[in-house]
Design a protein around this ligand. Structure first.
Ligand SMILES: [Zn+2]
Length: 528
């Protein structure tokens, strides 16, 4: 039997039609890719040839026409306020500014040598690659050369560094700064909306990422600054950057306090921890201090104290982190020139131990209002909360504290003790010890007399200075409250890395050193 090969059959007409369509599609795609490549090459060549950033006369004319059209619309709407004028002008300027920014950045790119950042070797295999950068004026399309460093064995984009752009993040330096600023002041979900109102497109992911990245950079700056304390050269530099020496002798005031922050230590293990009966979050101490010169403290007409220049320190990395930071800040604020150093704080033992260790010659003052609270606690215990009897009992003791008669107060409390029940005796003993430990820190009489003399116009020069000395540590307490507004919101949990980075940003801002992290934000840099 013979087997014959089947004669190849022509495919069905439908199959042939589909094959032809597929072939055409592939051809089209190939052409598209080639065209796209050619267009990209042309755009890259155009970008690489750019040497100035200006707008063409046609673009300027288009902008002017747009402005005039918008102003005309406003003129036709009597109900429009200056608000509409502001909005319309800002919108009109956006596209020309975007074009100018894109071109100026391209000029900067073209002027950047294509060398390795590490070893300065000229890069080989140079090509262009476009990237989109999110800027204050909208998206910028930039063409940057890149190349291979033979020595370091890496691909590099030197212009990205020259422009201040991060490797894989689209935010421009201004948007990096605004992300850090907004997130250190408010939760990111609010920051998104605020940014939008300011005309900035900042997605939540960019805000989170940039705030954290900039916070880590702020932390690195802080570490570098504090390391100045460890070397002779560092101390010399630090002294040079300290405040201008004052012609008058001055007192440097240091106030220290702490508050706690809620952190979630073990993300992802909440269920396990709950099952083991452990809470998934823990409270950690945030240590805070402020440093200022007494002659920078003044009173408003309404008798509110204002401090015109002051330094801040904040950390949740423990006392061992706080101490050098505080020492560094104190030197910057004039520790070296101060005639007298005064520490004001509540009765916390760790604070006075720290002071003894780092500022052994400093005068120590207990916050008067904390001392008052301790007396009120006894009054409430003896006579009931807020009763007339409690008020009558405490009044003379509050006066005695103000006249530096703390030993008399201690004697009064000690006399009371035998007449009380056991539990009350123990509570009273705690308060007696509080006053015993702090007697030498309770010197308020001269300050109060100086204030009185000022009111009567009989103050001596010495009293004029002394009257300005605070009785309590209100400056640090208000600082704590301000930090807590951001860091201690309902339902908010932090991670150590996250909160330290943000604390660092907030403190950099408060210390007036924001431009150390964002040089473009140098005060009045853009006004010249
Ligand atoms: Zn290299």
């Amino acid at each position: 039997m013979m087997i014959t090969a089947p004669t190849p059959r022509r495919p069905h007409v439908k199959v042939r039609r589909a094959q032809r369509a597929l072939q055409a599609q592939v051809q089209q795609q190939t052409q598209d890719i080639l065209a796209h490549g050619a267009a990209a090459a042309q755009l890259a060549a155009q970008a690489a040839a750019r040497t100035h950033a200006g707008l063409s006369p046609a673009e300027v004319q288009a902008w002017i026409s747009d402005l005039e059209r918008r102003l005309l619309t406003i003129a036709h709407h009597p109900e429009h306020t200056l608000g509409e004028i502001e909005e319309q002008l800002a919108h009109s300027a956006r596209e020309p500014l975007r074009l100018l920014a894109e071109r100026a950045a391209q000029v900067k790119i073209n002027a950047t040598p294509c060398h390795c950042r590490e070893c300065q070797t000229a890069l080989t295999h140079q090509k262009f690659l476009a990237r989109t950068v999110n800027s204050r004026f909208g998206d910028l399309r930039l063409w940057r050369p890149y190349g291979w460093c033979q020595r370091c064995q890496t691909w590099q984009f030197p212009a990205d560094h020259a422009l201040g752009l991060a490797r894989n993040a689209p935010a421009s330096p201004y948007l990096q700064e605004i992300s850090a600023l907004l997130v250190s002041k408010m939760p990111p979900e609010q920051a998104v909306a605020v940014a939008e109102r300011l005309g900035l497109v900042l997605p939540r992911s960019t805000l989170d990422r940039e705030a954290h990245r900039q916070g880590l950079k702020a932390q690195a700056l802080r570490t570098e600054a504090v390391a100045q304390l460890d070397t002779w050269e560092g101390l010399q530099t630090l002294a040079r950057h300290a405040e201008e020496p004052s012609p008058q002798p001055f007192t440097l005031v240091i106030e220290i306090d702490a508050w706690n922050i809620r952190e979630r230590d073990d993300w992802g293990h909440t269920q396990t921890l709950r099952a083991q009966g452990q809470p998934p979050c823990r409270w950690h101490w945030v240590y805070l201090a402020t440093v200022f010169r007494l002659d920078h403290r003044a009173q408003t007409a309404g008798h509110r104290a204002v401090i015109t220049q002051r330094g801040y320190v904040a950390t949740r990395l423990g006392l061992e982190a706080l101490v050098p930071q505080l020492h560094h800040e104190a030197i910057r604020r004039g520790l070296g020139q101060a005639q007298r150093v005064l520490v004001i704080a509540d009765g916390a033992v760790w604070i006075w131990n720290l002071v003894q260790d780092r500022f052994p010659t400093a005068a120590q003052q207990l916050d008067l209002y904390h001392a008052d609270e301790h007396l009120w606690a006894v009054a409430h215990e003896l006579h009931g909360r807020d009763t007339p009897e409690a008020r009558a009992w405490v009044a003379p003791l509050l006066q005695q504290i103000r006249r530096d008669q703390t030993p008399d107060v201690i004697a009064t409390l000690a006399e009371l003790k035998p007449r009380l029940l056991q539990a009350q005796q123990e509570k009273l003993q705690t308060q007696i010890e509080y006053f015993q430990h702090n007697t030498h820190r309770m010197r308020y009489r001269q300050i109060l007399e100086a204030r009185e003399a000022c009111d009567q116009g009989t103050a001596t020069t010495e009293q004029l200075l002394l009257a300005n000395q605070p009785l309590g540590s209100g400056a640090i307490e208000s600082t704590c409250r301000q930090y807590q507004c951001r860091f201690k919101r309902t339902g908010q949990f932090w991670t150590t890395a996250g909160d330290e980075a943000l604390l660092c940003l907030e403190t950099l801002w408060r210390n007036g050193r924001w431009h150390h992290l964002f040089p473009h934000a140098q005060p009045s840099a853009a006004n010249n």
